[in-house]
Design a protein around this ligand. Structure first.
Ligand code: Z5A
Length: 218
């Protein structure tokens, strides 16, 4: 079966994923690749409703960690079947802002849910659809906090339930990403996200170029 390339972007808040996805999509399109840029949770009409419930709904304060895990994966089960698999089968390059490593880092390490149970929920949601390459943009906590502060100062305030977690939660998430990157070095590439935007973009391009499918392969 024809196959595109599935690249996921991971890291803590403000590590620069959205910025780099936009730049990479532009570079790939400039050399005639068909690119699909997606985000999780969300990326489908059903997923965007789930995203609202997870992050912004006024009724979400009592959400349990278990419900959070299942909703993240309900959104994922939908986007995998509705968008990611058909796009890959058509030879497209799929760039996804977060995928299942986020669940391991946030619900597994962050919320401290049983890691084996978390992984089995993920397996059920993705059913074998796995990233070919994961770009992990690492930024220290103070850089992440500063970027979020400066972005928030330019935007109207929107409450986000997940961002309300305490500092220890985000420390566990950061530790979780370190464990994931160390355990799968072939798939997960560690990138210093604290560099200037252009330097991060150049590093990503060097990694991605060697994995590109031939344009027009069916
Ligand atoms: N979540 C979960 O718990 N479990 C899951 O399974 C999944 C997700 C899939 C999604 O939030 C939340 O869901 C997230 C994890 C959880 N929660 N938290 N907290 P989101 O989609 O709203 O946001 P995010 O994924 O955390 O990303 P972000 O905050 O939007 O950041 P980003 O996309 O990585 O960064 P950015 O928008 O490109 O950049 C942030 C700012 O920094 C911006 O002003 C840029 O102009 C600036 N920037 C970017 N790069 C640089 C460099 N290199 N230098 C200087 N400034 C820069």
């Amino acid at each position: 079966m024809a196959k595109g390339l599935f690249i996921t972007f991971e890291g803590t808040e403000g590590c620069g994923k959205s910025t780099q996805i936009e730049l990479l999509a532009r570079q790939l399109r400039a050399i005639s690749h068909r690119v699909r840029a997606l985000r999780e949770p969300g990326g489908t009409p059903i997923g965007e409703e789930i995203r609202h419930t997870l992050k912004h709904s006024p009724n979400n304060a009592a959400m349990t960690a278990e419900a959070e895990l299942l909703m993240m994966n309900a959104s994922r089960a939908q986007i995998v079947r509705e968008i990611i698999r058909p796009a890959l089968a058509a030879g497209e390059i799929v760039l996804c802002d977060r995928f299942y490593d986020s669940t391991i880092a946030y619900q597994g390490f962050g919320r401290e849910l049983d890691l084996e149970k978390v992984k089995s929920v993920i397996e059920f949601a993705v059913g074998g659809t796995k990233p070919d390459l994961t770009l992990f943009l690492h930024v220290p906590a103070d850089v992440s906090a500063e970027r979020l502060r400066s972005r928030q100062s330019t935007l109207p305030f929107v409450r986000d339930r997940i961002e309300e977690a305490d500092r220890k939660f985000f420390e566990r998430v950061a530790h979780g990403y370190g464990v994931i990157a160390a355990s799968e070095p072939q798939r997960v590439k560690f990138i210093n996200g604290a560099q200037a935007v252009d330097a991060v973009c150049k590093t990503i391009w060097e990694i991605v170029q060697s994995r590109l499918p031939k344009v027009g392969r069916w």
